[in-house]
Design a protein around this ligand. Structure first.
Ligand SMILES: [Ca+2]
Ligand SMILES: [Ca+2]
Length: 225
């Protein structure tokens, strides 16, 4: 065997020895890739599509109302095109004549929730997220922060955290064990009650007023996912 043939033979042996390591490395990389995809889908829910979204970045108000002592005689909040988190947002001015005012989701938003919930898609994993802000922080008061109702049964949740002057983000789990209350009895809501309410969501209210006396409040990025 010539010198060059000996060198080729030696290289081939080297490649054959390296081959299992290459396969092993590729296999480990593939496994890591599968685990990352699995975590993204089932743990971090990165690829979950939201059930309902309102970011107030369009030209229309989208049917959102403000109910209670705000905006004078009007139920319509003011759509601001800039200053949101980001883009547009909804704003309301407190009348400060008594009562508490709430942001009320339109039928399109509520129906999207009920349709997905009734189909079974979204159950046991859903959360309501939203951003709020208010114009002053003094004289705070407590009240129900989120209210869901199907017309006969009302469930509420208190996050006990007034918004800041800047945008403040909230995440409210729809898991009843996280603090949802049956408003009629003042007791912890049951899973069955949450099923009933979300299956026919006629009221989705988010508190907009957190202080006694005049104030201005804003809301942006209302999402159920
Ligand atoms: Ca926005
Ligand atoms: Ca007020």
């Amino acid at each position: 065997m010539s010198e060059s043939e000996n060198a080729d033979e030696s290289n081939n042996r080297g490649k054959k020895r390296n081959l299992p390591c290459g396969f092993l490395f590729t296999g480990v990389c593939f496994l890591i890739f599968i685990v990352v995809i699995f975590l993204c889908i089932f743990q971090f829910r990165i690829f979950d599509s939201p059930i309902a979204v309102e970011n107030f970045d369009g030209e229309e108000e989208g049917g959102w109302l403000v109910l209670g002592d705000a905006q004078g005689e009007s139920e319509f909040p003011t759509l601001q095109k800039t200053g949101g988190n980001p883009g547009g947002y909804m704003e309301a001015v407190d009348d400060a004549v008594g009562g508490v005012w709430y942001w009320a989701a339109p039928e399109t938003f509520r129906k999207a929730v009920s349709d997905r919930w009734s189909s079974g898609d979204g159950r046991s994993r859903a959360a309501l997220t939203f951003d709020l802000r208010q114009s002053a922080l003094d004289s705070p008061f407590e009240d129900e922060d989120v209210i869901f109702s199907n017309g006969t049964l009302s469930l509420s949740f208190n996050h006990n955290r007034p918004p800041e002057i800047g945008w403040t983000s909230y995440k409210v789990s729809l898991d009843v064990s996280k603090g949802w209350v049956n408003d009629e009895f003042g007791e912890a809501a049951s899973e069955e009650e949450m099923e009933k309410v979300l299956g026919n969501l006629e009221k989705l209210w988010i508190r907009g007023e957190f202080r006694t006396g005049p104030d201005t409040g804003g809301i942006d990025n209302v999402i159920i996912r």
